[in-house]
Design a protein around this ligand. Structure first.
Ligand code: T5A
Length: 213
């Protein structure tokens, strides 16, 4: 059986990942490909429990090492119990965030040494990663203004603008280093334009994968 593709969607706060996830799912369904939609932190019952802790503003003072380890604990569960089995069974898996978010938020935002993240990535994932990644990029103020319309901020949304500027810079640097995997989308465009761009890109990936002619 042909292995499915693993696609991830990344970006700062309020970038529009939810809308983009819906569009990707629609393209894959139209191509009659079996697909699983998931997210990080989360994606498994245990991972969702860890997500609750990670986003809870009560833990504002969580040490950055604790945060990093919990992200990878949730990810280990997600990859071993859900993502890899689904791909092996021929399904496509689309995740709202993955390891690039750790490089951007814990590495860029918090200033954790990137080599420590690499070490954990090697240890937990053994070289496993996304086939393709959509990076929704937009000015930090625009994303924060959108995110704030949705109600109470979570633990990350309470950070200052400078934190999110570092997150954005780290994402852009990763995209620059891996142009084969990343496609950057201008997420400041209006929703119909973003949807159209995503539709075009994902249709191209489906063709490239050889899943449909
Ligand atoms: N995290 C995660 C880490 O620190 N390290 C890690 O390793 C991982 C995996 C949770 C947090 O965890 C951190 C990063 C996060 O802070 P999350 O649930 O993905 O991750 O959290 P958020 O980024 O907070 O997700 P959001 O829901 O805020 O962002 P979205 O999904 O990108 O935004 P969305 O689609 O909900 O859109 C927000 C609003 O904007 C509107 C939408 O309608 C909505 O109202 N909107 C637009 N408006 C105009 N034009 C457009 N193009 C629009 N697109 C969306």
């Amino acid at each position: 059986m042909k292995r499915g593709w693993f696609i991830t969607v990344e970006g700062g706060e309020g970038a529009g990942k939810t809308t983009v996830m819906e569009t990707i799912q629609a393209v894959l369904r139209e191509a009659r490909l079996p697909v699983e939609m998931t997210r990080e932190p989360g994606g498994t019952p245990l991972g969702e429990e860890l997500r609750g802790i990670l986003l809870d503003p009560r833990w504002q003072g969580m040490h950055q090492d604790t945060e990093l380890l919990l992200m990878f604990a949730a990810r280990a569960e997600h990859v071993h119990r859900r993502i890899r089995p689904a791909l092996a069974a021929g399904r496509w898996v689309v995740s709202d965030r993955f390891t690039d978010a750790t490089y951007a938020y814990q590495g860029g935002g918090r200033g954790v040494d990137m080599r420590r993240i690499e070490a954990l990535e090697d240890w937990t994932l053994h070289g496993f990663g996304p086939d393709r990644t959509l990076l929704l990029d937009l000015p930090v103020e625009t994303g924060l203004a959108r995110a704030r319309q949705r109600g109470e901020p979570d633990r990350f949304e309470q950070e200052q603008q400078a934190f999110f500027e570092r997150v954005r810079a780290a994402y852009l640097e990763r995209a620059r280093r891996e142009p084969q995997r990343f496609v950057r989308i201008d997420a400041a465009l209006d929703l119909p334009q973003v949807r159209a761009a995503v539709w075009r890109i994902v249709r191209q990936w489906v063709r490239e994968s050889g899943a449909v002619s």
